[in-house]
Design a protein around this ligand. Sequence first.
Ligand SMILES: Nc1ncnc2c1ncn2[C@@H]1O[C@H](COP(=O)(O)OP(=O)(O)OP(=O)(O)O)[C@@H](O)[C@H]1O
Ligand SMILES: [Mg+2]
Length: 314
Amino acid sequence: MTAAIEVRNAARIFRQGTGAFSTARMIRAVDGVSFSVESGSCLGIVGESGCGKSTLARLILGLLPTTSGDILIEGQRLADLDRKARARLIQPVFQDPFSSLNPRHRIRDIVALPLQAQGITGREQTTRVEDMLARVGLPGAIADRLPAQLSGGQRQRVAIARALVLRPRIVVCDEPTSALDVSVQAQILNLLADLQRELGLTYLFISHNLAVVEHISDRVAVMYLGRMVEQAETDNLFAGPTHPYTKALLASVLTPEPSLGIPDTGLGDLYPDPANIPKGCRFHPRCRIAQPTCSQDTPPPRAIGAHLVECALA
Ligand SMILES: Nc1ncnc2c1ncn2[C@@H]1O[C@H](COP(=O)(O)OP(=O)(O)OP(=O)(O)O)[C@@H](O)[C@H]1O
Ligand SMILES: [Mg+2]
């Protein structure tokens, strides 16, 4: 069976600084990542702030070109798909439902926009918008309101309706519940889970909230400095983390304020500079079990049980 998403050695380098060549910094935000997501499943992605999660999401959505590597969506090269074809296959749900909704447009028009762009208008457009608003649990009366007249949870439901109105196969959720009140987070998470089942969707689900990822994902990938250092089925990963970084991440104490990002990992505050990635294993300066060879040799991914791990010592 063709994977819904297949990523082959994808990389994205940002050039930072406009000055002379010597002062420009090359940030390897995504640095050679390979994985696939089976159709109808959910891959969760976790990792500290700045590890490249959102950059990876933007690459997969086609919002940002890769520097190298290949991305296939349902077997088709992303680079070969035009904007309209991409929109029919894959859609995003972002963190902040306020900044992602045009404040001057009525809810009805916000949700209709992807249909409009595909030339779906008139009665069919109206019916599909109303159906989708109902599906995400919004009362019909909301259609004529503006985003500012809605609660945070309602706004995120609108963003979800907009993402699903074209009936895409894949949804990329980048911190979809992180900006919401804790009481609303569970409702939105459950809605996303229900919709995935009902519509047979494939999810790429990014969150720094490990509990959220554990709840919704079938598999989990752990990112560190632009690479996936461990991938495994959710149960296996949480029951038996194998990479020293995954272990530190899972041992971290959850803070009550999820928007603060991944809580104290016990690894020290210093996250390495992505423009200056450590030689050898990129995690070695923070690793408790590092050996002298770890600063020399880059560990290739290897299978340990059912985990795929980039560590020579695990
Ligand atoms: N447009 C850009 N130009 C330059 N650097 C960028 C750009 N976008 C991201 N970066 C850098 O790339 C790295 C990865 O950023 P990214 O936003 O993907 O991280 P993230 O894992 O999503 O973090 P967070 O959890 O805070 O959302 C960071 O060092 C960031 O500063
Ligand atoms: Mg991000």
